[in-house]
Design a binder for this molecule. Structure first.
Ligand code: ADP
Length: 235
């Protein structure tokens, strides 16, 4: 077994609103290796988004720790966390959040433009990814001229353009019909097997969750310990 890329160890997350405490995660332990494709399922409010936010470095555990490639995220500086989020983690959401006046190519290349990569190089890399997601022919279309499924694939291409190792997808098929849902799911399957992308997919749809290699059922902030066994080391 590969050493884990993401090791969530005994993580508890408590939100405090005044005097009221809400445990969003309770002693969650989870290991993910390179190329793992897991779905996280569970009722609304069970902690799925909190889990993604913590892995994405947008929030910190109250107790426990999260190791990304062996490094404790809590001990990273703000700059290191920003770089981790920018370079190693891709995000995909239910709403595609594409810029309406930019083409599919420009939307895909946008993260590279913002990093100062030359337009020519950024567009070259964006074209490669659009080709991979099957949208080469649509590169000059603006979002309003694309179907929902195509727009989501552009959003995924944009999430991949910096070649992250991890993709965090929060209800990515929540706005799609069944045909487009299966296209997005087969894209995720290819990404995990072809380039060994590690994918955490949050969904409340059982048929979507079933497309991942493993389903993690969350309930009231907890997951069963057997969900993704961790190597017994002191990582
Ligand atoms: P899910 O994504 O499964 O719907 P969440 O992770 O959004 O669940 O929320 C888990 C629990 O934590 C819920 O009870 C929610 O109300 C609470 N929660 C989430 N974010 C906050 C916050 N910023 N402040 C207070 N409570 C929160």
């Amino acid at each position: 077994m590969d050493s884990p890329l993401i090791f969530i160890e005994n993580v508890t997350k408590i939100y405090r609103n005044g005097q009221v405490e809400q445990a969003a995660l309770r002693d969650v332990t989870l290991c993910l290796s390179k190329g793992d494709f897991v779905s996280v399922m569970g009722p609304s409010g069970c902690g799925k988004s909190t889990l993604l936010n913590l892995v994405g470095g947008l929030d910190k555990p109250t107790r426990g720790r999260i190791l990304f490639d062996g490094r404790n995220m809590a001990s990273m500086s703000d700059d290191e966390l920003t770089m981790l989020r920018r370079d190693r983690i891709g995000l995909v959401f239910q709403f595609f959040n594409l810029l309406p006046h930019l083409t599919a190519l420009e939307n895909t290349a946008l993260p590279l433009y913002m990093l100062g990569v030359s337009t020519r190089e950024a567009n070259r890399r964006a074209r490669e990814i659009l080709d991979y997601v099957g949208l080469s022919r649509w590169e000059s279309h603006v979002p309003s001229r694309l179907s929902g499924g195509q727009q989501q694939r552009v959003a995924i291409a944009r999430g991949l353009v910096r070649e992250p190792e991890v993709l965090l997808a929060d209800e990515p098929t929540g706005n799609l019909d069944s045909h487009n849902t299966s296209e997005v799911m087969s894209l995720f399957e290819r990404l995990s097997s072809d380039i060994r992308l590690t994918i955490i997919l949050v969904t409340h749809q059982a048929d979507v969750a079933a497309g991942a290699d493993k389903i993690i059922h969350m309930n009231d902030g907890s997951i069963p310990e057997s969900s993704t066994p961790c190597p017994s080391n002191d990582a």
